[in-house]
Design a protein around this ligand. Structure first.
Ligand SMILES: *[C@@H]1O[C@H](CO)[C@@H](O)[C@H](O)[C@H]1NC(C)=O
Ligand SMILES: *[C@@H]1O[C@H](CO)[C@@H](O)[C@H](O)[C@H]1NC(C)=O
Ligand SMILES: *[C@@H]1O[C@H](CO)[C@@H](O)[C@H](O)[C@H]1NC(C)=O
Ligand SMILES: *[C@@H]1O[C@H](CO)[C@@H](O)[C@H](O)[C@H]1NC(C)=O
Ligand SMILES: *[C@@H]1O[C@H](CO)[C@@H](O)[C@H](O)[C@H]1NC(C)=O
Ligand SMILES: *[C@@H]1O[C@H](CO)[C@@H](O)[C@H](O)[C@H]1NC(C)=O
Ligand SMILES: *[C@@H]1O[C@H](CO)[C@@H](O)[C@H](O)[C@H]1NC(C)=O
Length: 645
């Protein structure tokens, strides 16, 4: 992100201009290098060492990313940007002055004009990172003209290739050197991000389907390279002139739904990719007196994603010191009287960052997942803003305290006459290849950076957690079962929710299509599925006299439900590979929540505003009771919970 100049932002109401993201401090007169205590370089690995240190593909266990052997793989990453576009959006695209910090990346990752690929790989290793976030623009994928020779001066082997072909070579070089690569859909049109640049939403200037199709194209393209580990679906979704993104509306504004659709499509093409889902970066009108702010990952606590592969979701958020929880980052025109992150005390900042992001680390909730802070950064040499400098150190301490996965912005820049064009870069190269690095004594950021990459962290094998996942049929089927996707529709016309095949149904809500699934003490389930739409299996006595009941056959557990206009329509039951108890108890939730104290996911609300029923962790759902009397409308009133062996 980091748009360097304020862009005019005019709403139809002709409100005053403001910007959504802002003014990065421009490098001023070059300050003399600050005296810093000598420190050793970060602990680094060579390419072969890095490659040997982990086994793809990656997945998640609780709040940790793990490799194929179940060992923690902390994403310690940098953004190698350029392929998302650097043009600032006005003026001749061929004039370097019209590109961010005067560097025209020609729609490929930066630096290939100045040093050979092998030097870039070695320099990335010298920073102590193990993975790369690789932004690209949708437009880049479709460019047919070869990159100009001057874009690849130091890498003649890349001459004559299209930007996508260069991108392929970059991915191949990175993964051969052991780096994990996360593809990041940054922009639609090829230009430097942010503010009102026509790239605010996933469907800006194009259809949601085109966005999904492009992801499937990429998922397939790198399918045979397992070190391409993730798809970061969309960068910094934010308000455009007219509209806000949302997390629940179910329409074209719903980022939650767009993530769900694209994630499903990607999992069908390549189920091994991590799905990186960023929260909402900005909503509202950035003027004093108007509602606005940065929801980030806060909405996830009430509504999280459940995919067929439940162990693939990573949530992400971005933090820059000059922006704030309600501050767009603008300076001067369009600046509001909200706090910037860098203005908070360290303790308050830690709390703010927890609320906006690390809350997702909370164990045993439906939303529990790793959080990757996939952008943060600060201007290095020439920096004169004391708050920005303090922010860097304070924010890094917060990353360390949370043992967080991270990606610094950006890795590669250029220098002109010894001065960095973009002082935020960790590595900057002169035309002759001379390097300035964040690890040099002359870079004040070096001490904190080293603290970050050398920080003590959870390592080694991570236990498989119990999983809790929510279903949401508010806007149609929520089908997380791979098995059911291969079978005919089991309740045509009804809204259906099915748990992932590794899980069973554990709770239902009233009057909204939300449910909870888990694999806690999960018995082995066979492939037998029985659809229940009447009382034929109510065989061990009437457990809810006067109510309509849907009950699974003996030795079957509920794994899905269906509703019509909120009224219960059916239960989907899976035959267990064990004999199950026929004793049980009723869990009524027609007059209030009824969830087990201290049970799984009870510290989070998977159906805010509605009563919920949930069996105890050692039980399964064997039946659901409902009625049309007393204007209950057929919505669920009680669960029949039976003990698991
Ligand atoms: C994207 O969604 C918005 C909001 O509903 C809609 O107005 C717009 O037409 C959509 N864009 C495209 C290209 O379909
Ligand atoms: C990237 O996002 C843009 C904007 O939503 C979309 O047009 C494009 O299809 C996406 N590309 C991929 C590969 O996701
Ligand atoms: C989504 O819209 C609802 C209702 O319009 C609003 O209350 C909520 O704050 C919005 N959520 C976000 C994350 O913008
Ligand atoms: C960056 O590089 C260009 C050359 O492409 C140079 O003309 C310009 O002065 C530099 N800009 C900054 C901000 O350092
Ligand atoms: C969900 O299951 C139904 C069968 O009930 C199937 O028709 C549909 O394609 C599945 N949907 C997804 C997204 O897998
Ligand atoms: C039950 O599980 C056992 C052991 O995994 C397996 O051998 C057997 O085939 C299963 N039976 C059914 C009906 O799936
Ligand atoms: C989550 O739902 C609760 C209960 O309705 C509500 O108080 C809270 O504001 C919601 N949180 C967010 C971030 O929307």
């Amino acid at each position: 992100m980091r748009r360097p100049t304020p862009a005019a932002w005019l709403s139809a109401l002709a409100l005053a201009a403001a910007t959504l993201a802002s003014v990065a401090p421009t490098p001023e007169a070059h300050a003399a290098p600050r005296a810093a205590a000598p420190v050793a370089a970060p602990t680094t690995l060579t390419g072969p060492e890095l490659a040997a240190s982990w086994t793809p593909p990656l997945s998640t266990r609780g709040r940790y990313v793990v490799d194929a052997t179940g060992k923690r793989f902390k994403l310690e990453s940098g953004n190698w940007e350029g392929a998302q576009g650097t043009w600032k959006g006005s003026g001749d695209v061929n004039d370097d002055a019209n590109h961010h910090a005067g560097i025209n990346a020609h729609d490929i990752p930066k630096g290939l004009d100045r040093v050979p690929m092998a030097t870039l790989m070695a320099d990335f290793h010298s920073l102590g990172i193990n993975s790369i976030r690789l932004p690209f623009s949708n437009a880049m994928l479709h460019m047919t003209a070869p990159v100009p020779d001057r874009a690849v001066t130091a890498n003649p082997q890349l001459r004559g290739l299209t930007p996508l072909q260069v991108f392929d070579e970059v991915v191949a070089a990175l993964t051969a050197d052991g780096f994990a690569v996360i593809l990041n859909n940054h922009t639609t049109t090829s230009r430097f991000c942010c503010a009102l640049d026509g790239n605010e939403r996933w469907n800006s200037s194009q259809s949601t389907q085109q966005w999904i199709d492009d992801w499937v194209f990429l998922a397939n393209r790198y399918r045979t390279n397992p070190r391409v580990v993730g798809a970061d679906l969309r960068n910094e979704v934010r308000r455009d002139v007219w509209d806000d993104p949302n997390w629940t509306t179910g329409d074209d504004h719903d980022l939650f739904k767009a993530h769900a659709q694209a994630g499903r499509a990607i999992q069908r093409a390549n189920p091994e990719l991590l799905l990186v889902l960023e929260g909402i970066n900005w909503y509202g009108i950035p003027l004093d007196g108007f509602d606005h702010g940065r929801p980030q990952l806060k909405p996830v606590v009430n509504l999280s994603h459940t995919f067929t592969r439940t162990d693939k979701v990573v949530y992400s958020a971005h933090f820059y010191g000059y922006t704030g929880p309600r501050h767009s980052g603008a300076t001067g025109t369009g600046e509001t009287h909200d706090w910037r992150y860098r203005e908070y005390s360290p303790a308050d900042l830690a709390q703010v960052v927890r609320n906006e992001a690390f809350v997702v680390h909370t164990a045993d909730q439906h939303y529990t997942a790793p959080v990757w802070i996939s952008e943060f950064g600060v201007g290095g040499r020439g920096q004169t803003n004391a708050q920005e400098m303090a922010w860097w150190s304070t924010f890094i301490d917060i990353l360390i305290a949370n043992d967080a996965d991270f990606a610094v912005w950006p890795l590669v820049g250029a220098t002109t006459n010894g001065v960095p064009n973009d002082s935020w870069a960790l590595l900057s190269y002169a035309a002759d290849g001379t390097r300035q690095s964040i690890t040099d004594e002359a870079d004040w950021r070096r001490t904190a950076w080293q603290r970050l990459v050398d920080a003590p962290s959870q390592q080694g094998p991570i236990q498989k957690p119990v999983r809790w996942n929510m279903l949401n049929t508010d806007y149609g089927d929520d089908n997380a079962s791979a098995l059911m996707a291969t079978r005919p529709d089991w309740d045509s016309g009804a809204a259906k929710g099915t748990c992932p095949d590794s899980e069973r149904l554990q709770g239902l809500s009233r009057s909204t299509g939300r449910a909870l699934c888990t694999d806690q003490r999960q018995p082995l389930l066979t492939d037998v599925r029985v659809t229940v739409k009447d009382e034929r299996y109510v065989t061990n006595g009437d457990w809810a006299s006067g109510y309509s009941k849907l009950q699974c056959p003996a030795n079957h557990v509920a794994v899905g439900f269906s509703e019509r206009s909120r009224a219960m329509s059916g239960l989907l039951c899976a035959k267990a590979n064990v004999t199950l108890s026929t004793s049980g108890r009723n869990v009524w939730f027609d007059r209030g929540d009824n969830r087990p104290a201290g049970g799984g996911s009870t510290a989070s609300d998977w159906a805010p505003g509605y009563y919920k029923g949930q069996c105890a962790d050692h039980e399964y759902v064997a039946g659901v009771a409902y009625t049309w009397r007393w204007s209950h409308g057929g919505v669920p009133d009680a669960l029949l919970c039976r003990p698991l062996p």
